[in-house]
Design a protein around this ligand. Sequence first.
Ligand SMILES: [Zn+2]
Length: 188
Amino acid sequence: MNLGLRNCNLEFILNQIESTPSGRKLREKFRSIQTTFSIGLHPYPNSLAQRLREVVEPLHPLGAATVWDTQSAMIYYDCTESLGVLIPYLAHEMAHGIEAEKVLSLHGSPISNIKKSQIVFELERSAFDWQFKIIQELKDLDSEVSQFYREHYSHVWTLRACPSDHDIKIHYRLQDQFASASSDVKNY
Ligand SMILES: [Zn+2]
């Protein structure tokens, strides 16, 4: 598989995800959620890509991101990126998509910061697990996949290796809430 290939055909990219057992499972779940909840996939509009470039670390790919509404969501992806970026990033966003109800619970009735942190942690944990299961299966199929990520993306934490729980808590700034949550538990 040529992960350096840049091909913006969505069906082609999704087919590469589906070439792995976990990717097939993810896409099946994604299709079934799409019957009840509208989730589209579309290249980033220029204005959104520009806004993101201002906040994303330099050299970090824009990859993909989901914009949520109450009844629908749109997964945007960066058409200028290689397959090696789009496969894991789209898989990550699709993994959030299959948990649409959980994502929307963050924006529904008021919830505590601790509860919010727990939900964000669970969502990210699950999305990274899906993403890296698919990448691992691609590595199992093709020995050049590991080399591709080592050569091109060792500087990108979301592509280098499956993040630990600790990495996720730090990156999403969930550490403090979790720390105080666990000390609460000890008091009881
Ligand atoms: Zn995520």
